[in-house]
Design a binder for this molecule. Structure first.
Ligand SMILES: NC(=O)c1ccc[n+]([C@@H]2O[C@H](COP(=O)([O-])OP(=O)(O)OC[C@H]3O[C@@H](n4cnc5c(N)ncnc54)[C@H](OP(=O)(O)O)[C@@H]3O)[C@@H](O)[C@H]2O)c1
Length: 282
């Protein structure tokens, strides 16, 4: 297949290349080679390349900065996605778009299904929802994949931040009243490679299995990395950040399984592999 990847310098983009490069013709684009906010460029570029599939892993992902740079958040996460959808419509390409658990309000304590009520709390979540809405209004051939709490080898993320902080502090405070499913970008990229072999288009929730709080996740990271640091639980309110976050944003992967795919492994197994790679690789 001919596959165009946007955001290929990013954390997920990196692992998409890793998973897809052997069996496919890849066109890897970055914000420099294809700025998704420029409609003419997007339509011309995709019109010229005519990929079978476009995977959009480009986004403005700094959740707190989105609160202050709202225009940029909507330009990239909303209009940028609309541009890709319009281009895919013209070339009849399948659009795979990555969305987020932050489109939910997260005030319920049961895992969310694809068609549950939405209610983003932050500008990031609202802008990502705009992107979803654009796709739904323009395309029939799309996969919208909502995922959560990503970490991978290429980029900053929670496990790396924890391990860095532990080098300088004996005690760390970590939020215990936000619960989600940490997801390894390599596992997600492999899941996407399975999904695009089908034409079961639609919205899917795809995360590693099982869930935890940030506090529990931090404790597990330190245990696996054999790092001795005291972790103190705090509330999200005590650990104030510019953007509000859902307190419970576990995504139910039932539709994924009902469509014949294997559940992704537990986040506990995935983080173990990741820590092993970090220990051997950096
Ligand atoms: N990180 C998470 O915890 C998380 C959770 C749920 C969902 N998601 C979603 O998963 C996807 C991948 O996330 P990630 O963490 O891998 O993101 P990331 O590492 O921040 O990478 C995003 C990439 O988007 C590119 N980009 C930004 N603005 C662009 C523009 N105008 N045109 C083209 N490219 C642009 C950047 O490219 P350059 O480097 O070339 O500037 C960056 O490399 C995103 O859609 C995100 O919303 C992430």
């Amino acid at each position: 297949m001919k596959i165009l990847i946007t955001g290929s310098n990013g954390m997920l983009g990196h692992d998409l290349i890793e998973v897809f490069h052997e069996d496919n013709v890849l066109i890897n684009t970055t914000s420099k080679t294809l700025d998704i906010t420029n409609r003419d460029d997007v339509i011309n570029f995709i019109g010229k390349e005519k990929p079978d599939v476009v995977i959009n892993s480009a986004a403005y992902t700094n959740v707190d900065d989105c609160e202050t740079n709202q225009e940029m958040a909507y330009a990239v996460n909303g209009d940028g996605v609309k541009n890709l959808a319009l281009a895919c419509k013209e070339t009849d390409s399948v659009l795979v778009h990555i969305s987020t658990d932050y489109v939910f309000k997260g005030d319920k304590d049961t895992p969310r299904l694809e068609n549950d009520e939405l209610g983003p709390m932050s500008i990031y979540g609202k802008s990502k929802l705009k992107g979803e809405e654009a796709i739904l209004s323009i395309l029939d051939k799309y996969f919208i994949i909502r995922t959560a709490w990503l970490y991978g080898c290429n980029g900053g993320n929670f496990p790396k931040t924890m391990l860095e902080l532990a080098k300088e502090h004996d005690t760390l405070t970590v939020v215990y009243d936000e619960v989600g499913s940490p997801t390894y970008t390599l596992d997600l990229a492999k899941a996407i490679s399975e999904l695009i072999k089908t034409d079961n288009y639609g919205i899917y929730h795809v995360t590693n299995s099982d869930s935890c709080s940030w506090f529990e996740f931090a404790k597990l990271i330190f245990e696996l990395a054999d790092v001795d640091v005291e972790v103190t639980p705090v509330t999200a309110k005590e650990f104030a950040r510019p953007a509000p976050r859902p307190s419970y944003s576990v995504l139910d992967n039932r539709k994924w399984v009902e469509n014949g795919f294997e559940p992704l492994r537990s986040y506990k197994d995935a983080i173990k592999d990741y820590i092993d790679i970090l220990n051997g690789g950096i």
